[in-house]
Design a protein around this ligand. Structure first.
Ligand code: DP6
Length: 365
């Protein structure tokens, strides 16, 4: 069993003066949702997600040695421009991971980041953003440890990157490596951990190969309630315990489905998870609703289309009004026809993003 202590790095004597790394990391969409957490970003229940391919954050980390004056020092650029409103989140992240990365205060960092998806699309960029930053930090740690005479394995690199990303944003730990990733202890998933995401190890049925996710951008506005506040409302939530138990059951069920390719069962679990997530929001105190009228319009249209055509499409939702439409690659033409004729009208400015299952973070430099 891993413990947090396993991720505390050696006190390197930092001989590397300066350099830079660049990584991209994708967003991910949960099939069984993470909603509710304990202290230190420990999830209240296990979750599983598809890694996306096109929705990514690309982050360059430049570092230059400085006097360790017991402060973090960094500049933040978003799409080439200084972005000070993101700084508190990064500062908090660095504070949380400092104990595991004691070399951070030896450097001044320039974090230069951009997303492949529109900034104001309402798509959570915290997962891809924190994952990309964590990969860069691990590249630095790998270079430092090599200097120290130790060669870090890829396995440890990815595991610690996921561990660090989790401390930035829970779902980010599922954006490091693998097409399907499980985060949180689960009795039937070998090696699963509350501390980091693990690649789903069973062979995934061909039905899910290149599975498509078309994201309908229903509302790009600021969410009234952040995920972090939403998670918090699961404390003392009247249905919390049943919900956490249900997530364990749904993860067992979807594990079988991913192995046997049963799309009918897949649809049942995924849609139920999406609605349960929003039901938790609607039944917390205070209660809130993140779906918009067009979210419901789209859901009803999807159900009608599925009934009429038997095409196995389904929807899922994250903590917002946008709708992710999931479907196998072999029905893509029909589904795109349906989306462009019947659903685009419900999207803000007609915007949607075509994505599919991807494999995880990629190193550029
Ligand atoms: C609804 O990972 O954004 O997307 O850990 O507070 O950063 P923090 O929350 P976050 O929560 C995501 C919740 C979700 C479901 C999921 O991705 O599993």
């Amino acid at each position: 069993m891993f413990s947090e202590k396993d991720f505390i790095s050696k006190p390197f004597s930092t001989i590397i003066e300066e350099g830079n790394f660049q990584w991209s990391a994708p967003s991910n969409i949960a099939l069984v949702k993470y909603w509710g957490k304990k202290e230190n970003q420990i999830p209240a229940n296990p979750s599983i997600s598809f890694t996306l391919n096109h929705c990514k954050t690309i982050t360059k980390l430049a570092f230059a040695k400085k006097q360790n004056d017991n402060n973090f020092s960094f500049d933040l650029l978003f799409e080439g421009k200084t972005k000070d409103d993101f700084k508190p989140k990064i500062q908090k992240f660095l504070e949380r991971i400092e104990i595991y990365c004691p070399y951070l205060k030896d450097y001044h960092f320039t974090i230069d980041t951009e997303n492949t998806f529109p900034h104001s699309s309402g798509i959570a960029s915290s997962a891809s953003g924190m994952a990309a930053l964590a990969m860069n930090i691990m590249s630095l740690e790998k270079a430092l440890s090599r200097n120290f005479g130790t060669e870090m394995t890829d396995h440890f690199f990815n595991q610690k990157a996921s561990f660090l990303a989790r401390l930035g944003s829970g779902s980010a730990c599922r954006s490091i490596k693998g097409s399907v990733v499980v985060w949180g202890n689960h009795a039937e998933v070998n090696g699963s951990s509350d501390l980091f995401g693990v690649e789903f190890s069973s062979k995934i049925h061909d039905n899910f190969k290149n599975y498509q996710d078309t994201i309908l951008l229903v509302d790009k506005g600021e969410k009234q309630v952040s995920s972090t506040v939403g998670h918090d409302l699961m404390h003392n939530h009247p249905f919390a315990e049943q919900r956490f138990a249900q997530a364990h059951e749904n993860l067992s069920a979807i594990k079988k489905v991913l192995e046997n390719g049963d799309l009918t069962e897949f649809i049942k679990i995924v849609e139920s998870e999406a609605l349960t997530l929003h039901a938790m929001m609607m039944t917390s105190i205070p209660y809130f609703i993140l779906m918009k009228p067009n979210t419901l319009e789209i859901i009803n249209k999807i159900w009608k289309f599925r009934n009429e055509t038997n095409i196995p499409i389904c929807f899922t939702l994250d903590a917002g009004a946008n709708v992710h439409i999931l479907y196998p690659e072999n029905v893509r033409v029909d589904v795109m026809q349906f989306i462009t004729t019947e659903l685009v009208g419900y999207c803000q400015n007609g915007n949607y993003i075509c994505d599919a299952i991807g494999t995880g973070a990629i190193k550029f430099i």
